[in-house]
Design a binder for this molecule. Structure first.
Ligand code: ZN
Ligand code: ZN
Length: 90
């Protein structure tokens, strides 16, 4: 059970794969950088600076200048995935 839980923690709920460059959202959920940029691409006008957390539907506002770069990367999670992904998936 522990392993399944851990794998769930490491899996993006948008692409259902292990996080690729995970970003921390203000609601403390995570999303891949590529998935976040797709969510923004689907938006128009103001929604390009705002998207909803896929987990809790909370609004995530992006810095108008920095965009996704304004979100903090989750380096800890990224490292866990890089080190542990091989063991989890095989
Ligand atoms: Zn993803
Ligand atoms: Zn959330």
């Amino acid at each position: 059970m522990m392993e399944a839980d851990l794998e769930d923690e490491l899996t993006c709920c948008v692409c259902l794969e292990l996080y690729d460059e995970p970003l921390i959202l203000p609601c403390s959920h995570n999303i891949c950088k590529k998935c976040a940029s797709e969510l923004i691409l689907h938006g128009t006008g103001a929604t390009r600076r705002l998207f909803q957390c896929p987990k809790c539907r909370g609004d995530v506002k992006l810095d108008p200048c920095l965009g996704l770069e304004g979100l903090q990367g989750n380096r800890v999670l990224d490292n866990i995935i890089k080190v542990g992904a091989g063991c989890l998936l095989h």
